[in-house]
Design a protein around this ligand. Structure first.
Ligand SMILES: C[S@@+](CC[C@H](N)C(=O)[O-])C[C@H]1O[C@@H](n2cnc3c(N)ncnc32)[C@H](O)[C@@H]1O
Length: 203
């Protein structure tokens, strides 16, 4: 619903000396397409749907800086963070995974019955906190589509949830929990555009 293009990544790259990019949810490929125009040394996109990855394979196969990881975002994040090389990077982490394969139209928005796969955000935050923030890594984190988690706070595109008949996550009113998740290590900003962005920058 939102787009990473809403952000001038250069400003974050320069201010926080970011060298790597990680996205959860390849989807239409817009995020990685935009991110590759900046000078990241390494870019990862983690996507649960093999059909989505195959669709973009030819676009990115010649770019050795880009690696697509097929799988659940939790496993993918763990895989990236536990590589030895991860300690050399400061990442821009873009969290945009939900509704396996629904963007391609090969699945419906409510087909995935396991909420932890359909809405992986809270588990993604947990793993980023444990494996990165709490260990002193100074990554920048951008979350898209906060509207799924903020029943009592309306963003401009919040109405699209009922428009598309989307069943919200079990924990559909946890905006404060999310925005305070990295309080000890990051400053947070709520961006009231589209379906709501959260931005977390190192203190
Ligand atoms: C909104 S799209 C991503 C859009 C993309 N970031 C862009 O900028 O074009 C969400 C994507 O997340 C994927 N996805 C859904 N659940 C996932 C999960 N648990 N782990 C990884 N990817 C997931 C979907 O298959 C879909 O391709």
């Amino acid at each position: 619903m939102g787009s990473l293009r809403s952000f001038n990544l250069k400003q974050y790259i320069d201010t926080f000396q970011l060298t790597g990019f990680i996205e959860t949810g390849l989807g239409w490929g817009h995020g990685i397409q935009y991110a590759r125009t900046f000078e990241f040394e390494k870019l990862y996109s983690i996507e649960i749907s093999p059909q989505v990855v195959i669709k973009y394979y030819n676009t990115y196969k010649h770019d050795c800086k880009i690696e697509t990881i097929v799988g659940n975002s939790i496993d993918g994040l763990e895989l990236v963070f536990e590589q030895k090389i991860a300690s050399q990077f400061k990442y821009l982490i873009f969290l945009d995974a939900h509704f396996p394969a629904a963007d391609l139209g090969v699945a419906g928005f409510n087909d995935e019955k396991d909420n932890s796969i359909k809405y992986p955000l809270l588990n993604e935050l947990k793993i980023i906190k444990e494996l990165r923030a709490d260990k002193g890594f100074k990554d920048v984190i951008i979350i898209d589509d906060l509207s799924f988690y903020s029943k009592s706070h309306k963003f401009p595109d919040s109405h699209l949830i009922s428009h598309f008949g989307i069943t919200p996550p079990d924990n559909d009113d946890c905006l404060d929990l999310i925005m305070n998740y990295f309080n000890e290590t990051h400053e947070s900003f709520l961006i009231e555009k589209f379906s709501g962005f959260g931005v977390f920058v190192p203190r």
